[in-house]
Design a binder for this molecule. Structure first.
Ligand code: SF4
Length: 576
């Protein structure tokens, strides 16, 4: 029987409640955003007692559906002040779903200075005072918690940066190989730190798999769905072979790879940090070019990257991280970027926010462009140590920009713009401007149609069709984010009709429903509107749905394009 678990950190107590009827058809982002919008006062301080931190597996998580094991976390974001949902792989989502936990809602804040850990298993929830793990980084915590609870335990944790409540802080999620994935964006690690929870461990031993109302129909739909993922050239070949870093050369060729703190669209060192180079390096050093971030992922865009001695260095080495420290900070040494990636996982920071922050810090003169060793040093010796410089860096790109009086600060609603320059990939720019999350590439991945010709083609350099493209993608993504599916199912979903049909077929067979495509799209619209209303009540308006002015003033080479949408054109996004 599915349930909602509430953990009240003010009283150090827990309650279990049945799932309210209006939440029954929700999962993942749909559920986290609904709970936050219903229960968090929009104007509350994100690090105060009135914010809530909500974790929810997707509607299909822990079923045999391929690639359905993502975990959503939601709260009011301390980075943006907006509603926030962040999702990632790992084992926690599957474990929560097996335990019948539709949502884990963490409320309140403890009195005093004590820290706590939370353990969840089939017998219930234990909150205990925590001293052993304080100050510990995430990889050390994996070892300590596996020693405490056994190797199979699931884990959500914060590193020292989350303990210090910096807005860069992520929540780490253990993956099947005891490595880490991140609920990265929006500073949710700081929210967990404010509630003084160092870790949440989950043990699903003895818990049954979710029941399926119609197993035969589920299996049939699941088979078709899985085939579409493997048949599509992006999800079936490109991503498993080169990982997301396949995009380095593609975006560079297109002239949309933000370089040197967004001052150019091409990076001369692109070949040294490309997916092709990464793949060859991984193979030569005995790493794994193909790897899943959670059990049941058939796309497997992740990888294990070894150092030059063949020893494990990092995994989940994503395009956005490689671009951010590579092109945006002009670091053309993949080993330095991999080392920084590993440290960012260890100390618990969002690698996108942190990389863009370093790009802005380089423009401010805090360290030179291209200084990979300097980034590595400052991550450990300043950010993780909480020195005054570390705290300044920990205030993220927007904070550094204000401290140094810079105008070239690539953020929307305080959150850093990721790896696709909005002047040269205009559909992506509309997504950055309008998403309820602050600049977020996954909210409506227009790169698919602007750059990869998935779902047709909309010219990335012109304005025509971009608002409608971003709107349609954002609606669909909000719905897909509720299923527990990885966003990369969007590639086959946009090109192969059977993909979405079979996804809906699995939901119907799981719950005994008869949803059709319009129901799913209406779910996506409802989620976006719920999030938008929260943001309006929190003080946001149309004037916040704008890109920084420098994108309109500074032409981007090599195409010499600027951001040229009018306010009216952008605001038409919300006409649905
Ligand atoms: S495709 Fe990549 S990001 Fe998506 S679930 Fe699989 S490994 Fe994780």
């Amino acid at each position: 029987m599915d349930k909602i678990i509430r953990v009240d950190m003010s009283t150090l107590s827990t309650t279990t409640q049945p799932v309210p009827a209006e939440w029954a058809g929700l999962g993942g982002r749909g559920l986290t955003s609904t709970v936050v919008a219903a229960e968090v006062p929009p104007t509350c301080h994100p690090l105060g007692p009135n914010n809530k931190l909500v974790f929810a597996p997707g509607l299909l998580t822990a079923t045999p559906a391929a690639t359905s094991g993502r975990l959503s976390a939601g709260a009011k974001s301390p980075l943006t002040g907006t509603i926030k949902e962040s999702n990632c792989g790992g084992t926690a989502a599957r474990m929560l779903a097996k335990l019948g936990i539709k949502a884990l809602i963490v409320e309140g804040m403890p009195e005093g200075d004590a820290w706590y850990s939370i353990h969840i298993n089939k017998d219930g929830i234990t909150i205990r005072a925590e001293t052993e793990l304080l100050g510990m980084t995430n990889f050390a915590m994996v070892e300590a918690l596996e020693a405490r609870h056994g190797r199979g335990v699931g884990m959500l944790s914060i590193g020292p940066v989350g303990e210090m409540k910096m807005v860069l802080a992520s929540i780490s999620v253990k993956d099947p190989d005891s490595k880490l994935r991140s609920l990265g964006r929006g500073g949710l690690g700081a929210v967990m730190g404010a509630k003084r929870i160092k870790c949440i461990t989950i043990d699903d031993k003895g818990a049954p798999l979710p029941t399926l109302v119609d197993t035969v129909k589920f299996k049939a739909a699941g088979k078709v769905f899985c085939k579409t993922l493997l048949d599509h050239p992006v999800s079936g070949q490109g991503l498993p072979t080169y990982g997301t870093a396949i995009l380095v050369n593609i975006l560079n060729e297109l002239g949309g790879l933000p370089t040197r703190n967004f001052t150019a669209g091409q990076f001369e060192g692109h070949d040294k940090i490309s997916g092709e180079t990464m793949h060859d390096t991984i193979v030569a050093r005995g790493g794994k070019p193909k790897h899943g971030c959670h059990p049941g992922c058939v796309i497997q865009c992740s990888q294990v990257y070894n150092d030059k001695d063949g020893k494990y260095l990092t995994s989940g080495f994503e395009y956005e991280t490689i671009w951010g420290l590579g092109a945006d900070c002009c670091i053309d040494n993949l080993d330095d970027i991999a080392t920084a990636d590993s440290i960012m996982d260890d100390i618990g920071v969002d690698s996108i926010e942190t990389a863009v922050t370093f790009g802005v810090a380089m423009e401010a003169g805090i360290l030179p462009f291209g200084d990979g060793k300097g980034v590595i040093r400052m991550l450990r010796e300043d950010i993780a140590a909480g020195t005054p410089l570390g705290r300044l860096l920990g205030s993220a790109a927007a904070g550094i920009g204000k401290a140094y009086g810079l105008t070239r600060v690539p953020v929307v609603k305080g959150q850093s713009i990721p790896a696709y320059d909005p002047r040269a990939v205009k559909g992506q720019g509309i997504t950055y401007a309008t998403t309820t999350m602050g600049a977020d590439h996954t909210a409506g991945y227009a790169v698919a149609t602007n750059v990869l010709n998935v779902g047709g083609h909309v010219d990335p350099l012109t304005k025509d069709g971009q608002v409608a493209l971003s709107r349609n993608l954002q609606i669909a993504t909000a719905a897909v984010d509720s299923t527990g599916m990885c966003i990369f199912v969007a590639f086959p979903a946009l090109d192969i009709p059977e993909c979405l049909e079979s996804l809906i077929g699995m939901i119907n067979a799981r719950f005994g429903l008869s949803l059709v495509m319009d129901d799913v799209l209406n779910l996506g619209k409802t989620i976006l509107k719920t999030e938008h209303q929260f943001n309006i009540a929190a003080g946001f308006n149309a004037a916040h749905d704008r890109l920084p002015e420098f994108f309109a003033l500074e032409p981007l080479s090599p195409h010499n394009v600027v951001w040229d949408f009018t306010a009216e054109e952008i605001d038409a996004f919300w006409d649905f």
